[in-house]
Design a binder for this molecule. Structure first.
Ligand code: ATP
Length: 590
């Protein structure tokens, strides 16, 4: 609107100026010379001193004398004067035509100016360039005010919800926290597999806190031109600050926050570094409790640059994992709330069949089923529609997708994780096993056991041996249950861990009596070599001895192992209380 008014205003001004210019031109033509009385002029005409006369549309004439002088005089005989002058041998030129043409040209030019200005106000010419430039350096954010997504819209993910609730409270009551000198975590990272509801969770934080939500993707910042990404970051934070409290959500943070100079990185990238630095600078720039929370999401926490994860930056890391059976059931119920389900649909049974499905995939499956039902138009979504949707989704999966993991693989995972958990509880009861699951996470390929050792300054030799036992518990369980021919690659990380521990025990901590109190790295640095083979042999033998002990423990407690594995197959996740009671209800020997 502003532009339109401005253009019209400029157009009118130009018109006035042009008309004034014509007038001046005309006036100058007429009055730019000395005036001479008509009598005198006629006398000069008769005496042959006049060379040329311009007759104007008005009642004036301008004469040019043979000596070069120019005079203006009156023309009392408008219509007859030209012939008389011509008869007297004086050149005559009428100024009317020229004026008409000049006026025509000027009017056309004026019309052109006005049209051009009108076009401009529509935004297609002069201002367009400016807007393009603005667009280039500014970021288009998916800003949603008045978010109506709340925690209730997220099924499962209870641990993540708990970890983020205080941030909502922080945004709502910053004073409460600053009274205690607490600062709002500046950045939060949600990590986990695709489609597990990371974006949903970030939206819910904004929704719960009742603040605007800005969403954009890390890849939006990574541009071809150095500096553009950084200026986009500044632009974004400027916008956010104008809003006061808000949630900024950066999806795919790895696009700009990958480890620098790592093997994952394909080489130096000035643009990305500058953008990342700008982000870090902006984050450290805002006041402690300003109420701006930056939430980033990634599928892989391990590839992010350390600078990003340091205290005061993205220092809170929250895993948003794949849902277990109960969470899947909750997600299915949530997405079926407003759908007409037939009586024959059993959502719990569906949850059982959809192991390793993410929330997004479950939502998609229900939607497909609703589409099938709509096509049939029988009034409700029947089990057949759901079966068809499930089949379509599983059939469309890539083979490597986890949804199509066979029940045999699940069984192997259940025994492997059960093995770790049981060995932990038997050999190191002071350790906590807060959660055992066969749902894969970034922490474990097949599943994982969350094993927390007691805090202590020193590790005893027996602690280190126990840690090796816990690490080898998975492989040992596989071998006992499935046979030595069927052991799997699932133990790769465990073997790496066990090797590290035993190597350190022998060559650094002097914990093996036959190898002595020697630091073999120092020997090596001093040019004394030759012990390598002996160290390798010693590691091998010690690990085998420990492994045999682990197998013995598990064999003796096979019933409990089976019980844990079966419970895992049924429930997918077991928490510490249930694990403890499973172990307590069976006679165990360590
Ligand atoms: P990506 O890593 O691919 O960006 P994401 O983790 O951000 O994925 P979302 O985009 O939040 O996943 O999830 C997609 C959709 O899946 C959601 O809009 C929602 O419909 C559904 N969904 C995912 N998880 C849940 C959940 N826990 N409860 C309810 N719905 C869910």
């Amino acid at each position: 609107m502003m532009h339109r008014k401005k253009a019209i205003f400029i157009g009118v001004l130009c018109t006035i100026i042009t008309i004034a210019a014509i007038y001046i031109f005309y006036y100058k033509d007429l009055h730019g010379s000395n005036y001479i009385h008509y009598n005198m002029f006629m006398k000069d005409v008769n005496e042959g001193r006049v060379d040329k006369v311009y007759i104007f549309d008005s009642d004036k004439i301008r004469s040019i004398y043979k000596d070069g002088n120019t005079f203006i005089t009156d023309n009392p005989r408008k219509n007859t004067f030209k012939e008389e002058l011509l008869l007297m041998g004086i050149k005559v030129e009428e100024k009317d035509n020229r004026l008409q043409i000049a006026r025509g040209i000027i009017i056309l030019a004026l019309a052109g100016i006005v049209i051009a200005l009108i076009k401009t106000k529509d935004g297609s010419t002069r201002f367009q360039t400016q807007r393009d430039a603005d667009k280039f350096s500014s970021i288009s954010t998916d800003e949603v005010d008045n978010m109506d997504i709340v925690f209730e819209d997220i099924a499962g993910n209870e641990e993540a919800k708990d970890s983020i609730k205080d941030i909502v409270d922080f945004i709502n009551n910053p004073k409460k926290y600053s009274n205690y000198g607490a600062r709002l975590p500046r950045g939060v990272i949600f990590y986990g597999p695709p489609g597990t509801g990371k974006t949903l969770m970030a939206k819910a934080v904004a929704g719960e806190a009742g603040v605007p939500f800005y969403a954009l993707s890390g890849s939006d910042f990574v541009q071809l031109y150095v500096g553009v990404g950084a200026s986009r970051i500044r632009d974004l934070f400027k916008k956010a600050r104008q809003k006061g409290k808000c949630v900024i959500f950066i999806d795919e943070i790895d696009a700009l926050g990958k480890k620098r100079n790592s093997s994952i990185d394909s080489g130096g990238n000035d643009e990305r570094d500058q953008t990342l630095n700008a982000l870090l600078a902006e984050m450290s720039g805002f006041n402690k409790n300003e109420g701006i929370v930056v939430i980033a999401a990634t599928n892989r926490l391990d590839i992010l640059d350390d600078a990003l994860l340091r205290p005061g930056r993205f220092d809170r890391h929250i895993e948003i994992g794949l849902p277990d059976i109960n969470a899947r059931y909750e997600i299915l119920k949530l997405h079926c709330l407003n759908k007409p389900l037939a009586e024959d649909v059993d959502l719990y049974n569906l949850a059982e069949q959809t192991v390793y499905f993410s929330g997004a995939k479950l939502e998609n499956m229900i939607n497909e089923a609703a589409i099938f039902a709509a096509k049939r138009d029988k009034g409700s979504i029947e089990n057949d529609d759901i079966e068809r949707a499930l089949y379509t989704i599983i059939a469309g999966e890539e083979k490597k997708d986890r949804s199509s993991i066979s029940s045999r693989d699940r069984k192997i995972t259940a025994y492997h994780e059960g093995g770790h958990a049981l060995v932990t509880k038997l050999v190191a009861p002071e350790n906590r096993v807060t959660k055992v699951t066969i749902i894969p996470s970034t922490k474990g390929v097949g599943g994982f056991s969350m094993n927390i050792g007691p805090d202590s300054m020193y590790y005893k030799k027996s602690d280190m041996e126990n840690n090796i036992k816990i690490a080898l518990g998975g492989r040992a369980a596989e071998e006992i249950v499935f046979g030595s021919e069927n052991i799997t690659t699932g133990a790769a990380n465990d073997i790496e861990k066990a090797t590290n521990i035993i190597l350190n025990m022998i060559k650094t901590f002097g914990m093996d009596s036959s190898m002595g109190l020697i630091n073999y790295d120092i020997l090596h640095q001093s040019g004394i070599d030759g012990a390598s083979e002996e160290i390798v042999e010693k590691c091998k033998v010690s690990l085998q001895e420990i492994y045999d002990q682990v197998k013995k423990i598990l064999k003796e407690n096979r019933t409990v192992l089976d019980k844990i594995a079966n419970t895992l197959l049924e429930k997918e996740t077991i928490y510490e209380d249930e694990l403890d009671s499973l172990i307590k209800n069976h006679r165990v020997c360590a």
